[in-house]
Design a protein around this ligand. Structure first.
Ligand SMILES: Cc1cc2nc3c(=O)[nH]c(=O)nc-3n(C[C@H](O)[C@H](O)[C@H](O)COP(=O)(O)OP(=O)(O)OC[C@H]3O[C@@H](n4cnc5c(N)ncnc54)[C@H](O)[C@@H]3O)c2cc1C
Length: 623
């Protein structure tokens, strides 16, 4: 197989099998057929398809983009995506985590998400098509009638039919409740749908025989806002009694967006019911649309987290390769020697590389921990362990979505810095990664919305702050386990971070009780960033606790010269040494920023919420 320039598979395996011990999920009957070997083989295959097919197709897709045919009102995806999707489908990735009852493989969510990490790193645009389909299919599995399940699920699991999520409209972006799409009950139990949806990823494409749209709409007469929203399944093609795709439903693709990045992803405008013939089938109960759609949104938020992680990982890996090969400047440790050295010798470049490494590793572990929590919430449903897993998952979703995608932008920017001027040029991959990842902080709920979700729903309005308590309990457990293994100063840094966060949350609780809601909302974003830092510090402490004994077993004293020289020739020693250095860097240096973020949150500086705020921008155009 080609060398993998995208993702450190060794680190992924460390997280999966040494930290999370995900292979032990086979103690549950649902996963009893699998073991570490099956998982490794699956991940190796994902790596192979991602590196050999998706990655080259992704670069080509950036040039050609998805193409809209206005006459046929259809969209063609970039050529290379077809072959890549064929391999992806045939290898079973389409239904990897779906139950065998529907034709899936039934693997844990954790392993599915680890496999997806390869596809996201190889190309965000490619990854969008099938991840949305999985989300749409899971909606039907969990909320569809037996009839809907029978019609759609197997074909979607097999990857024959695609799926989307249709929320956004011109006047309903972040505020989904403002939507105008209508549904009218029909005598046969179906609904007629009319309205416009915009920005619909994979809304039309030629990768799938049929496309199944979950559409949010309001039934005539239902109340305004989110409580009045229902959700409908609207297929592009009607389905014949024999299960094949039949005549077209009244859904027209009216155009695609021309974007800064992810050009291979078809971002479509869809018009429902131009001829008053668009038929939709209710999913779940009337007026339960938002509640049901939240299931897909939570899954999609993890998908986007992985797109952030994948892009950051790819940018970081490319930067390391470049830094090892680009000769520039002299060795700062050898005065008078004018031989050019690889830029990786320069302390400032080392700093950039270890910063990226520490961010990417923490993102990976937190995202896989979220996926593992989803598995545990499922297999332990109804038990205290299951409730804790769900609480942790709920807390981690906005942290992973906003954290990974904010960091993806910063990591690609830092990677470009490592490349110097070449990074800014399109012959090198970094500028595409930077363009591709910016959208991640915007779609699937902007990061501003994620921060408010974390601050309000998951923290201050969460009954008894259960989610936050689980989060802290798990960190405390990790601190205990780290005792006697990790140097005390790093454990102390972790404990101090939690104490500081606790004090901040106490202050925000006071604000909440005094109804200072605007002040809270104005600092939701820095609070989210601070919470992400605490979470990442936790991941590093946990990693060090696992890595240090393994490194010692290979190298003896990890401080000694022996460890350094072993790391040169022994890949395992180098890997564990790398984990320890990432952790030391994060807990010993990066985490120092936490104080600044928390001071910002609690300062209560009212400038941004001053009453005359909207009138101070004197140079700006009038409203
Ligand atoms: C490439 C692409 C793909 C997409 N794919 C899909 C898809 O598949 N399905 C789909 O339904 N949608 C999709 N979207 C839409 C996307 O989810 C929305 O763009 C996003 O939710 C933001 O909505 P908006 O663009 O209208 O921005 P606005 O809602 O107008 O937001 C603008 C700014 O105001 C802030 N803001 C808005 N309201 C509030 C508030 N109450 N409190 C604080 N800040 C606020 C936002 O955080 C943001 O910074 C896609 C968009 C793009 C560009």
């Amino acid at each position: 197989m080609a060398l993998n320039p995208l993702l450190d598979s060794r680190d992924q395996r460390f997280v999966l099998f040494e930290a999370l011990e995900a292979d032990k999920l086979n103690r549950y009957e649902r996963f009893a057929d699998f073991d570490r070997d099956t998982y490794e083989a699956t991940l190796d295959l994902a790596e192979q398809i991602a590196v050999e097919q998706v990655y080259p197709a992704n670069a080509q897709a950036d040039k050609t983009g998805a193409i809209y045919d206005p006459a046929a009102k259809t969209v063609k995806v970039p050529e290379g995506f077809h072959a890549a999707m064929k391999s992806y489908r045939e290898a079973g990735f389409s239904g990897l985590s779906n139950s065998p009852e529907f034709g899936g493989t039934g693997m844990p969510e954790t392993v599915y998400r680890a496999a997806m990490e390869y596809f996201c790193a190889a190309g965000v645009a490619f990854s969008s098509y099938d991840t949305l389909k999985v989300g749409a299919c899971n909606l039907i599995i969990h909320h569809g009638s037996e009839e809907l399940k029978k019609i759609y699920v197997e074909k979607m699991v097999a990857g024959q039919w695609g799926g989307t999520m249709c929320l956004t409209e011109p006047s309903a972006g972040s505020d989904v409740g403002a939507l105008k799409t209508r549904a009218v009950r029909q005598a046969d139990g179906t609904y007629k749908i009319t309205g416009q949806k915009i920005f619909i990823t994979a809304g039309d494409n030629d990768l799938y025989e049929n496309i199944i749209h979950p559409v949010l709409a309001r039934i005539d007469g239902d109340p305004p806002g989110t409580p009045g929203i229902s959700i409908f399944i609207v297929p592009k093609f009607h389905v014949n009694p024999d299960g094949t795709s039949g005549k077209r439903n009244d859904v027209a693709t009216t155009g695609i967006e021309h974007k800064m990045g992810i050009k291979g992803s078809a971002t479509c405008s869809l018009s429902f019911g131009d001829n008053d013939q668009c038929v939709g089938w209710l999913l779940g109960q009337e007026r339960q649309g938002m509640k049901i759609m939240f299931q897909m949104m939570n899954e999609a938020r993890l998908d986007v987290s992985q797109q952030g992680l994948g892009t950051a990982s790819s940018a970081y890996m490319h930067a390391v390769t470049y830094a090892k090969n680009r000769l520039q400047g002299q060795d700062p440790a050898k005065k008078g020697d004018f031989t050019s050295v690889p830029i990786i010798r320069h302390p400032d470049v080392k700093r950039m590389l270890i910063w990226m490494k520490a961010q990417v590793e923490a993102m990976r572990m937190l995202t896989l921990l979220a996926a593992y929590s989803a598995d545990m919430a499922n297999v332990e449903k109804g038990t205290p362990e299951g409730r804790e897993a769900q609480g942790l998952l709920d807390f981690l979703i906005p942290l992973c979505k906003a954290g990974n995608t904010d960091l993806a932008w910063l990591v690609t920017s830092e990677a470009m810095q490592v490349f110097g001027g070449y990074g800014y040029c399109s012959e090198y991959p970094i500028e595409q990664l930077a363009r591709d990842c910016k959208i991640l902080a915007i779609y699937e709920g902007t990061n501003g919305i994620q921060s408010m979700d974390l601050t309000m729903r998951k923290l201050l309005m969460n009954p008894d702050m259960f989610n936050f308590k689980v989060f802290k309990k798990r960190i405390a457990l990790s601190c205990e386990k780290a005792g006697g293994i990790v140097e005390d100063k790093y454990i102390a840094a972790m404990k101090n971070a939690v104490d500081a966060m606790d004090a901040t949350v106490a202050k925000l609780t006071e604000w909440r009780d005094r109804k200072r809601i605007l002040d809270i909302l104005a600092v939701a974003q820095p609070l989210q960033q601070a919470m992400r830092m605490v979470a990442h510090a936790w991941m590093h402490l946990w990693s060090m606790t696992v890595a240090i004994p393994k490194l010692k077993a290979i190298a003896g004293d990890i401080k000694g010269e022996k460890a350094a020289s072993l790391a040169k020739d022994n890949a395992e020693a180098a890997f564990y040494m790398g984990k320890v250095l990432s952790g030391q860097f994060y807990l010993g240096a990066e985490l120092k920023h936490l104080t600044g973020y928390l001071d910002y949150v609690t300062a209560g500086e009212p400038a941004a919420v001053n009453e005359c705020f909207e009138n101070i921008f004197t140079g700006a155009l009038p409203q």
